[in-house]
Design a protein around this ligand. Structure first.
Ligand code: AMP
Length: 215
């Protein structure tokens, strides 16, 4: 199937787990389990295909600069990155969730400048600017749910799946910003120079996704 080297960037956890069956369908199987190995470059059964295991928010950067040809990244991460130099080839329909404003039930009633804690600073800024709402952004890197509980912020912007984490902390999803799923991305150079190989891969994945298969 492939006659050129292809490096695919992925993140551990949810995205890797959900991407595995898709890769298996196109004949790609990693030689190591990223949850147990300390290797960051994984060989696959295919001599020309390697996987890079990265932090989710770094996937677009590795692909943008050509350290990886392709990658799988959440739309939330792509919005924050800005997508420069990247093409979204496919919506893989995996790791689905929603980007939301969340907080205590009465958080939005607060008048004046809203304190918003998030790692999604670009998305939060754009969303509240569209709403015409003045905010103070507080950049965090994790455990955003804690911020309203200790009065660091009035609300948070975070991805929500079941909403269980919010509810366990007395918070609620309040406003929907965007539906999120993982996308297959490629950089401009790979798209041009490895077009045939990539187009073949995309065609097979697209057929699989549209056959109604559950990834
Ligand atoms: P849940 O309790 O099911 O709403 O999950 C919320 C927690 O899981 C939050 O801390 C999120 O940051 C994380 N999360 C949920 N869905 C995703 C996703 N698709 N990608 C990355 N993180 C997610």
């Amino acid at each position: 199937m492939v006659n050129q080297n292809i490096i695919i960037a992925l993140s551990k956890g949810r995205i890797f787990k959900d991407t595995l069956p898709l890769l298996a369908h196109v004949g790609i199987t990693p030689q190591d389990d990223p949850e147990t190995t300390r290797k960051l470059i994984l060989d696959t059964n295919h001599p020309h295909i390697k996987l890079l295991i990265l932090r989710a928010s770094d996937v677009p950067t590795y692909v943008q600069y050509g350290a990886a040809d392709m990658g799988v990244a959440g739309k939330d991460v792509l919005i924050e990155h800005g997508g420069e130099g990247l093409f979204e080839l496919l919506d893989l329909n995996i790791a689905r969730c929603r980007l939301m404003v969340a907080g205590r039930p009465d958080a939005m009633l607060q008048t004046g400048r809203l304190r918003v804690a998030t790692k999604y600073t670009h998305s939060a800024e754009c969303y509240f600017a569209e709403q015409g709402r003045q905010i103070e952004l507080i950049k965090l890197y994790g455990s955003m749910e804690l911020a309203p509980l200790v009065d660091l912020a009035d609300c948070i912007v975070d991805v929500v799946d079941t909403g269980n984490t919010l509810r366990a902390n007395g918070l609620e999803p309040l406003l929907h910003i965007a539906d999120i799923s993982s996308r297959l991305i490629v950089n401009r150079a790979a798209q041009k120079l490895k077009h045939r190989v990539i187009a073949d891969l995309v065609k097979q994945l697209d057929a699989y996704l549209h056959a109604g298969a559950t990834p």
